[in-house]
Design a protein around this ligand. Structure first.
Ligand code: G2I
Length: 466
């Protein structure tokens, strides 16, 4: 049997779920003869001349399960918080790059480009800026930009120079900069950024400008006027904090009209939120929405890349700001890949070639699970594996166990989100103390790195519940 495609894999998973309730049914599917690793989203995007990245924040850099994905899957990182004014100039004239530098160092260690975020914004602004006298604020703003963009010169490919300067109706937001400096502050910020880092691409970044409307018209008119006047602007960032089922129908046309002004466009903060909890229908809609956004970007040559605003539903800003909403990203809380991940994967040109799904049910009590094993990365002498456990039963699991055999002398080394034991070639992974409970049709994912010096075929993994 040939290896299944991404779509075939999901059909097979559904077939496996259908056998729940029978006694000790084992079904091994499609063990491929070789284990060519699936490409990452970053690699797929690069093959299309784009980047695919994620925002991140400092606290998560100590979570190895998180950094394993962040460091391998993405070609680009945006500093989610710690390059903002509050962090970089907490007191007038005193600059602190400690945390921003940590994220830039992580990106450099993983060959990822960095979008800088953000030099001038009304939010996360230290209180002292608000009380700077009007006559001093232009100098203060220029000095901030000169220092921060100067510090990151050569390490940041894009800067979000000015963020969120417009209201929904297209008028200027009455920020301290607008009130004390007037309309010209945005142009002044771009000029200061160009002087500080002539090689960084300079972006205006905002939300609710993905489709054509009053707000995006205002940004469009500003960019057109900047280009006419020679104000240095290189790109427009469409944040794309979207709502399930509501991708603006004019997204592609809007990207194109900005591109036609002679600037690049980036999707800078993509997430697509839903009422929680997730279910299969919402997941499918979300996958379709992510696909639409990726396709719109790919359709316009000057759409240079896409960034998700963090990648895991456990690390998203949405639930704290929109109570009752969330699940907006492409990985679940346990770093399992969601349908939205596979939609992005396929839209970027990926096809799934290596997977094994096995079902073992434990009896007539409705419990059961599948284990889907993937080699997600392979390099000389080593590999990274990932197993997604899905509860195919009607009741929540209280624990699960996945077993497989290392037939070619491979080893399993560091493993996260599970407890591993080995006995010769036999590998047994039980749930960690925090992920034994999986809701019906829910998933949890564990990952690991190991050594492999010969072939590394995908094994048949069995899953049992308790
Ligand atoms: O609000 C979502 C994004 C909209 N566009 C601009 C982005 O910069 C913005 O990012 C978010 C961060 O993801 C949040 O993490 O900006 C928020 C602030 O407006 C960030 O939230 C702040 C919390 O409000 C603080 O309480 C917290 O200390 O994050 C801080 C660091 O975790």
């Amino acid at each position: 049997m040939s290896a299944p495609t991404g779509r075939a894999r999901r059909v097979l998973a559904a077939t496996a779920a259908a056998v729940v309730g029978t006694l000790a049914v084992g079904m091994a599917v499609a063990a491929p003869s070789s284990a060519a690793a699936e490409p990452t989203l970053g690699q797929l995007a690069a093959a299309k001349g784009r980047y695919f990245g994620s925002a991140t924040d400092n606290p998560t850099l100590t979570n190895s399960a998180y950094t394993a994905v962040l460091g391998s899957e993405f070609g680009q990182i945006t500093v989610g918080n710690t390059q903002k004014w509050q962090y970089t100039e907490p007191r007038r004239g005193q600059f602190d790059y400690t945390q921003g530098d940590q994220i830039v160092a992580f990106a450099q260690a993983h060959n990822q480009i960095v979008r800088g975020h953000t030099l001038v914004w009304h939010n996360q602004l230290p209180d002292w800026v608000t009380s700077v006298p009007a006559g001093e604020l232009l100098g203060v703003m220029r000095n901030h930009i000169a220092n921060v963009a100067g510090h990151y010169k050569g390490t940041v490919v894009h800067w979000d120079v000015v963020n969120e300067a417009f209201e929904e109706n297209g008028t200027r937001r009455q920020s301290v900069f607008q009130q004390k400096l007037g309309d010209s502050y945005i142009a002044e910020a771009f000029k200061a950024a160009r002087a500080a880092d002539p090689n960084a691409k300079l972006y205006y970044n905002d939300y609710n400008i993905e489709g054509i409307g009053a707000k995006s018209d205002a940004v469009y008119n500003m960019v057109r006027s900047f280009k006419q006047q020679g104000i240095p602007i290189d790109g427009v960032g469409l944040q794309a904090h979207l709502v399930l089922g509501q991708v603006p129908s004019s997204l592609r046309q809007n990207i194109q009209r900005f591109a036609d002004l002679g600037v690049d466009v980036a999707i800078t903060e993509l997430d697509i939120r839903m009422r929680t909890p997730r279910d299969a229908a919402k997941d499918a809609q979300q996958a379709a929405d992510y696909r639409t956004v990726v396709n719109a970007c790919l359709a316009v040559t000057r759409c240079v890349g896409i960034t998700v605003w963090d990648f895991s539903d456990g690390y998203s800003w949405i639930p704290s700001v929109f109570p009752g909403e969330g699940a907006a990203l492409i990985y679940d809380e346990n770093f399992g890949k969601k349908p939205s991940y596979w939609a992005v994967f396929e839209a970027l040109g990926g096809t799934t070639t290596t997977t094994t799904t096995t079902t073992t049910t434990t009896g007539g009590n409705g419990a059961g699970c599948t284990a889907t094993y993937r080699v997600v990365g392979q390099w000389n002498g080593g590999y990274q594996g990932e197993v997604t456990v899905r509860n195919t039963g009607a009741t929540a699991t209280t624990g699960w166990t996945v077993r497989w055999t290392l037939a070619q002398g491979q080893t399993v080394g560091s493993l996260w989100n599970g407890v591993v034991s080995t006995n010769g070639q036999e590998v047994t992974v039980r749930n960690a103390n925090y992920n034994g409970t999986v809701a019906p049709n829910g998933t949890t994912t564990f990952g690991f790195t190991g050594s492999s010096t010969g072939t590394n075929p995908v094994p048949t993994a069995t899953c049992t519940t308790s």
